[in-house]
Design a protein around this ligand. Structure first.
Ligand SMILES: Cc1ncc(COP(=O)(O)O)c(C=O)c1O
Length: 399
């Protein structure tokens, strides 16, 4: 099928369809487990002439398995270009290092993924890149933080741990007016739940390790672009001047596992959204639970914005018990759901944001971000939701 026809299929068909392998006609993609590729006189000449992606040079510069994953990510994200990376953090680092230089300024949401926050807050300052952290759900605060040297505005579609949803149109407007590039981490939502490029975001980064791969067995990342404010070949430029130099390409076997994950993304995440909505209602009615943070609940501060931007509300929620000790007792007593870092897999995973993801953030700042010590974050898996409710119910009696 031609790629323009493919691009016009419904989301589920785009996610499942892969063109057959040209040589073998296999309907599943081959894995190119090779770090090196043989030259001949023609290929040698093409490389000398500056040809890059069209020829296979060396595994760190690109691999056909990685290119297949990039193609498929473009299909499901609605992107004009994609660059695959070794992990979600590699996608974030390559994007930011590719866009920024010393003296530049970033406006970033204050509850992004902890490593993103730490990198901008501690590490980039060593290279004279300054960041102002604001609540990106507050467009006036974003506008007030813009400086003449602001090059990037950065936020997450659904942000940890309060599942905050920032309205995208005001951020697009501020970015367009200020000349900054708008970058969005879509990991918590996944392309099934939200496709920020369709809303005018310039670059979407994904940790494919999570919902996209979906089985907690492969690390990977993707940078997806659709922007009339960046050169068409921007991702190819940063493939060569940043990703290849940082040495962070996606491994071929991981590319293959992630491609397989994409084929079941819709059915997995659809089910995860349904179960999370049911869990959210259960948690909201439980006497030991204070607050529940899920964009699908009418009590969520950005419920109306979420409704406008996403057809479903995702597979992640957070609830609050009295304190950190109570949170630990609940998680330690779960038998079906597991107490583990990461998210987006077929198993339900839980963690304590204040002492895990946000350990580095001082307590006063955590409170300002609404991060309570007794918060428990849940990434809902594919278990039967009634069994999950029974598991949480039993664990909650141990508080
Ligand atoms: C929102 C978000 N972005 C990025 C990352 C980094 O992804 P990876 O672990 O694949 O580097 C994570 C990891 O948990 C995350 O939660």
């Amino acid at each position: 099928m031609k790629s323009d026809k493919r691009a016009n299929l419904h989301f589920d068909s785009r996610a499942v369809y892969l063109p057959p392998d040209e040589a073998s006609k296999s309907i599943n993609p081959p894995i190119f487990m090779s770090s090196s590729f043989q030259y001949d006189a023609d290929i040698y000449q093409q490389v000398i002439d500056g040809e890059r992606k069209a020829v296979n040079i060396y595994g760190r510069c690109g691999n056909p398995s990685e290119y297949q994953f990039e193609e498929q990510m473009m299909m499901i994200e609605g992107a004009d270009a994609c660059l695959a990376t070794a992990s979600g953090m590699a996608a974030i680092s390559v994007t930011l290092l590719g866009l920024l230089k010393g003296g530049d300024h970033v406006v970033c949401d204050w509850t992004t993924y902890s490593s993103t926050h730490e990198m901008l807050d501690h590490r980039y300052t060593d290279y004279s890149i300054e960041t102002t952290f604001v609540d990106t759900a507050d467009a006036a605060a974003v506008r007030a933080a813009i400086r003449p040297n602001t090059k990037v505005i950065y936020f997450e579609t659904i942000a940890n741990p309060t599942m905050k949803v920032s309205a995208i149109p005001p951020l697009v407007e501020i970015a367009t007016q200020s000349g900054a590039i708008l970058v969005c981490d879509n990991t918590f939502a996944s392309p099934y739940v939200a496709r920020p490029l369709e809303w005018g975001v310039d670059i979407v980064v994904e940790s494919a390790t999570k919902f996209i791969g979906g089985h907690s067995d492969a690390l990977g990342g993707a940078i997806c672009m659709k922007s009339d404010r960046l050169p068409d070949d921007f991702l190819e430029q940063i493939r060569w001047n940043t990703m290849v130099k940082l040495g962070s390409p996606l491994a071929p076997f991981n590319a293959w596992l992630l491609l397989r994950g994409i084929q079941t993304l819709s059915v997995r995440v659809q089910r995860q959204c349904q179960s999370t909505a049911k869990l959210a209602t259960y948690f909201e009615s439980h006497p030991a639970i204070g607050k529940v943070w899920y964009p699908g609940l009418s009590s969520h501060p950005q419920h109306e914005i979420a409704k406008a931007q996403m057809p479903e509300f995702g597979g992640m929620l957070t609830f609050e018990v009295s304190d950190a000790d109570a949170a630990l007792r609940v998680l330690d007593n779960l038998e079906l759901a597991c107490f583990a870092a990461s998210l987006g897999g077929v198993r339900t995973t839980t963690q304590i944001p204040a002492s895990m993801a946000f350990l580095d953030v001082p307590e006063q700042q955590r409170q300002a971000m609404n991060i309570a010590d007794g918060m428990i974050r849940v990434s809902t898996g594919l278990e039967d939701v009634d069994d999950l409710i029974a598991d949480f119910d039993a664990a909650l009696t141990k508080i």
